[in-house]
Ligand binder design. Structure first.
Ligand SMILES: [Zn+2]
Length: 271
């Protein structure tokens, strides 16, 4: 079976096992790199992202909390690149991160495949466009921070996506990635019955699942240096008590394998 990692990381094409099945939807795990892939046979199962998608998932609920949380990630990136002045969000959804960037006086641009999401951002006075990664790369307008929250797992070729992020960053620029955690204990136990891998859940939307180790392999392959995994102990410019409490909460989740998502910051190395 030709998984994407057999091409990029030279993983053994025989070295995969079925990880989960739900009807025709199958995920396989590569024993070399640890990535969990949607099998090529079920790669074409898909779902549309339009208004019903955003409204059905209550994307507009708890907006202030989501803006605050996005701000933490931006503050984490600013620790590694204090002079950063611009942020690109790929998959900007309804603009919570763009709002957090605006509050920090960063110039911002958000892109999304959903016209509904982009129109919503614009109605809030945010800069957003329906635009592909390919055309962004062609425009050669680099950013200091590139942000992808629950987006990378939606791409068939995450290596290519990470490479495009590299091209979109200034030297020393920081890539922020938040993705579901393939090591989340409940998903590992329930497999095809868990929403990560089920037809009713997000299985038909996701092509790949990472843990900290496998995501680091992808990033290093494409020229990044991982500078932060999970939440740091301290964010210099954000002393808020809610950040502190959240950090304790997230660290303890990880101890019990109960962390549903992973957070990685990676810096672009000079070529
Ligand atoms: Zn592999």
């Amino acid at each position: 079976m030709n998984l994407t990692c057999t091409h990029y990381l030279h993983c053994d094409p025989e070295g995969f096992t079925t990880y989960s099945t739900d009807g025709n939807l199958e995920f396989v795990r590569c024993s070399n790199c640890g990535l969990i892939w949607r099998s090529p046979e079920s790669a074409d199962i898909s779902r549309e992202y339009e208004e019903h998608y955003f409204s059905s998932k209550n994307y507009l609920r708890n907006r202030n909390h989501k803006i605050e949380k996005s701000g933490w990630f931006i503050d984490m990136a600013l620790q590694h690149f204090p002079t950063a002045g611009s942020l690109l969000e790929i998959g900007c959804s309804v603009g919570n991160t763009l709002e957090a960037a605006r509050l920090r006086k960063l110039s911002h641009l958000g892109t999304d495949v959903s016209t509904y999401a982009v129109e919503y951002c614009r109605s809030c006075g945010l800069n957003a466009e329906v635009k592909s990664l390919e055309s962004l790369v062609e425009e050669r307008h680099p950013f200091d921070i590139v942000y992808m929250q629950h987006v990378l797992e939606h791409f068939r070729d995450p290596f290519l996506t990470v490479r495009q992020c590299y091209q979109l960053l200034n030297p020393g620029g920081v890539l922020i990635i938040i993705v579901p955690n393939s090591g989340y204990a409940r998903a590992e136990k329930q497999r095809g019955r868990h929403r990560f891998y089920s037809m009713k859940g997000v299985g038909p939307e996701h092509y790949v699942y990472f843990n900290y180790q496998s995501l680091e392999k992808v990033l290093e392959k494409e020229g990044f240096e991982v500078v932060q995994k999970n939440y740091p102990f301290r964010v210099k410019n954000n002393p808020s008590p809610s950040f502190f409490l959240n950090r304790i909460f997230r660290k303890s989740l990880r101890l019990f394998g109960a962390d549903q998502e992973i957070v990685v910051l990676a810096r672009k190395k000079s070529a």
